[in-house]
Design a protein around this ligand. Sequence first.
Ligand code: KMT
Ligand code: NI
Length: 191
Amino acid sequence: MEQAPNNKWLEAWLMVPDGDIKDQKAPNKLVPNIPVLAEELREIGICYWKLDASAYSYPKIAIPWDTSDAIDSDLKRLHDDCGYSYADIITIHPNTLPEYKTKVRAFFEEHIHNTEEIRYVLGGSGYFDVCNRYDEWVCMHVKAGDLVTLPEGLYHRFTIDEGNSIHAMRLFIGQPKYVKVYLEEEKKDKD
Ligand code: KMT
Ligand code: NI
């Protein structure tokens, strides 16, 4: 399935330096803002599709989620084209995510994976930050209907935004791996 055309990509911008981040849930844009365009995101290996999440209903939590339950034909197509064989659905919200505060902090620690990271936003919103080739943080604002993939080995981090909640599907090729490699100390953990 074709990715979204460049002029329909998600909003992205360069972030203030890490030392200036007081609130991880804030946009943390530079002043004046420096937008980052689709071309640049494609260059670092990001893929982006826009689906209609509001037309279908999904459970708040399903670990795993049976991908044969997919009725959205676009999601089915992507699923088959890309070989996504496992999915789960989580809702990051104090009522639905055990150890919410710890998890929200952990998602925001920069890390890489030895697999692609594939996330489909079903509701709510958040920020995926990715490292560009100048080692600067680019913040991507993800919202309902956004299906984003980050390539293996790309430094990134995630946070919910000031809306305080996101409902998201996590897709995997093969068995899910949540192994993270952090920049500072190489530690492994499971979410
Ligand atoms: C991750 O790997 O950082 C996450 O899965 C974040 C939550 S999904 C929007
Ligand atoms: Ni990750």
